[in-house]
Design a protein around this ligand. Structure first.
Ligand code: SF4
Length: 441
C-alpha cells in the first residue's frame, strides 16, 4: 500500500446527514472545516441542491488528491494518519483493501493541481446519510446525528441552538412538546435528490447507507426499492452502519435481491456496557436480531461488529472479543476465516473528552494491565495464530493510541461533567457499569 494514497477522493461521493458533501466520513474529527467541500464563495456543496459531479473538483478535494500524489498527508486525513501511526487499522487501509487497484489509473489520470475528469472515474462508492432520525442517543453522539438527543442536549447545555456545517440549528417545541427541527430534511420529497440518486448510482458498486439509523428511515427503503425495480440491485453491495434494533421482514426480503448486504452493527460491548453507551438499546433484542441474521441463508450477508472504543468500554474490549470467540455462537460476524476475525474497531476521536486519551494515567495503567491478562489468556488458548495475532494487535494498537497523547488536563473535566449530567438525566450510573470509575468521578 502506498504511504498516503486513498481511493476515496477519486471514486466516491460522501454526504453528511445534512446533505453537505465532504471528502469522506473520517474527515469529521480534526479540522474546523470537517472535510466539507465548498464552492468558491464558501457555501457547502449540498446533495439537496447541487450537481454532485461539480463537487468532485471542489478545491479541497483537489488539494487532498495533490497531497496524496506527493505522498504527503493532508490535514483533513489526520484521523487516518494517527491511527496508522499507532498501528490501528485506518479507514484508508480498509478502503485500499477494496479499491486499491484503482491507484495507478488515478495517479496517471489526474492533473497536477488535483483536477480529474469525472467521466474517467466511476463512482464506485456512494456514502448516503438520510438525516438524523434515530431511535438511540449514544453517549459519544449528539443532536447532529440523532434527533433523540434533542431533549438531553437542551437539558444538558441549557440552550436550544447549535452550529452544524450547513446552518445554525434552532430547536423548537413541536405539538407533542418535544424539541425538534426540520433542518435535516434535505432529501424529503426532493425530486432533485432522487434524480441525482438515479444518475449517480448507475455504475455504483457499493452504497454505504447511514442515518440517523438507516433501517427506520423510509427513504432508505425507497432507495432499496428503486435499485431492485431497476434491476441494478444484483450488481450492488449495500453497506450499513446500523444499531440493528429494527430488522423487518420487508427489509430482509429486499436484501435478498442484492449482490451483497454488508452489515456493520454498532455494538460496543455486551450487556450493560452496551446499554450504557447506546441508551435506550436493549441488549437482548440486539442479540436476537444478530442471531436472526446469522441464520438467514437467503441473503448474501457479510456482518461485523463495529466497536467504537471510548473511555466507557475500553476496559471491556478484550472481554468482548473473548465473548465473541467463546460464547456468542455467531458465525457470520467477523468470521474466523476472514481478514478481521474478532471485531472491526474504531477509536472515538472526537469529541476529545470521549477519546481514550482523556483518561487519567492510573486508569490507563489499569487498561494496559487488563489487556495483558487477556493477551496471556489468548496465547494459552487453542485458537489459530491468526486469531491470536489479531487479538494482540488490537490490544496493542488501542494501548499505543491511548498512551500517544494526554488529553486529561484539558478535557477530563468535560468528560466528568457530561458523564454525570447524562447519568442524572438518563437514570444511569457509570460506576455500576465500570466500577473502576468509582474513585475517579
Ligand atoms: S485517507 Fe482517511 S480521511 Fe483521507 S480520504 Fe481516505 S479514508 Fe478519508
Amino acid at each position: 500500500m502506498s504511504k498516503t494514497f486513498c481511493p476515496l477522493p477519486w471514486n466516491s461521493i460522501n454526504l453528511r446527514n445534512n446533505g453537505d458533501l465532504r471528502v469522506c466520513c473520517n474527515t469529521n474529527s480534526y479540522t474546523k472545516n470537517r472535510g466539507i467541500l465548498r464552492k468558491e464563495d464558501g457555501t457547502p456543496y449540498n446533495a439537496g441542491r447541487d450537481d454532485l459531479n461539480e463537487a468532485r473538483n471542489a478545491e479541497l478535494l483537489k488539494e487532498v488528491r495533490t497531497s496524496m500524489m506527493k505522498g504527503e498527508w493532508h490535514s483533513e486525513c489526520e484521523r487516518c494518519r494517527q491511527e496508522e501511526l499507532n498501528g490501528v487499522q485506518s479507514r484508508r487501509g480498509y478502503e485500499n483493501d477494496d479499491w486499491g487497484h484503482i491507484m495507478d489509473g488515478a495517479l496517471s489520470n489526474t492533473e497536477e493541481d488535483g483536477t480529474i475528469n469525472p467521466d474517467d472515474f466511476d463512482i464506485d462508492y456512494f456514502d448516503i446519510r438520510y438525516g438524523n432520525f434515530c431511535n438511540l442517543k449514544c453517549r459519544m453522539c449528539g443532536p447532529t446525528d440523532s434527533h433523540t438527543w434533542y431533549d438531553d442536549f437542551v437539558n444538558m447545555h441549557d440552550k436550544t441552538t447549535y452550529k452544524d456545517t450547513h446552518d445554525l440549528i434552532t430547536l423548537t417545541k413541536n405539538a407533542k412538546g418535544k424539541w425538534s427541527t426540520n433542518q435535516y430534511d434535505w432529501f424529503k420529497n426532493s425530486n432533485y435528490y432522487w434524480n441525482n440518486f438515479e444518475k449517480y448510482t448507475n455504475n455504483v458498486k457499493r452504497m454505504y447507507i447511514v442515518g440517523g439509523e438507516p433501517l427506520i428511515i423510509e427513504e432508505h427503503i425507497e432507495s432499496l426499492e428503486r435499485l431492485v425495480q431497476s434491476g441494478r440491485a444484483k450488481d450492488i453491495e449495500i453497506e450499513y452502519n446500523t444499531n440493528l434494533t429494527n430488522v423487518t421482514d420487508r427489509i430482509l426480503k429486499l436484501w435478498e435481491s442484492f449482490k451483497q448486504i454488508r452489515v456493520g452493527v454498532s455494538i460496543d460491548g455486551y450487556g450493560d456496557v452496551l446499554e450504557y453507551q447506546r441508551a435506550p438499546i436493549k441488549w437482548k433484542l440486539l442479540y436476537r436480531n444478530m442471531q436472526r441474521l446469522d441464520q438467514n441463508l437467503d441473503i448474501n450477508l457479510k456482518c461485523w461488529f463495529t466497536f467504537t472504543v471510548t473511555p466507557y468500554n475500553v476496559l471491556h474490549l478484550p472481554e468482548f472479543m473473548r465473548w465473541k470467540l467463546e460464547e456468542s455462537g455467531l458465525k457470520r460476524f467477523n468470521p474466523l476465516t476472514g481478514l478481521r476475525p474478532l471485531v472491526t474497531h474504531h477509536m472515538c476521536h472526537s469529541p476529545k473528552h470521549f477519546n481514550v486519551k482523556v483518561l487519567p494515567a492510573i486508569f490507563k495503567d489499569e487498561v494496559a494491565e487488563k489487556y495483558q491478562e487477556y493477551i496471556d489468556w489468548i496465547l494459552a488458548s487453542g485458537y489459530s495464530t491468526k486469531v491470536k495475532n489479531s487479538f494482540i494487535k488490537i490490544c496493542d494498537g488501542v494501548t499505543d493510541f491511548m498512551l500517544s497523547e494526554d488529553y486529561y488536563k484539558d478535557h477530563w473535566d468535560r468528560f466528568v461533567f457530561e458523564t454525570t449530567k447524562l447519568d442524572e438525566l438518563r437514570n444511569q450510573d457509570i460506576k455500576s457499569v465500570v466500577p473502576e470509575f468509582k474513585h475517579l468521578l
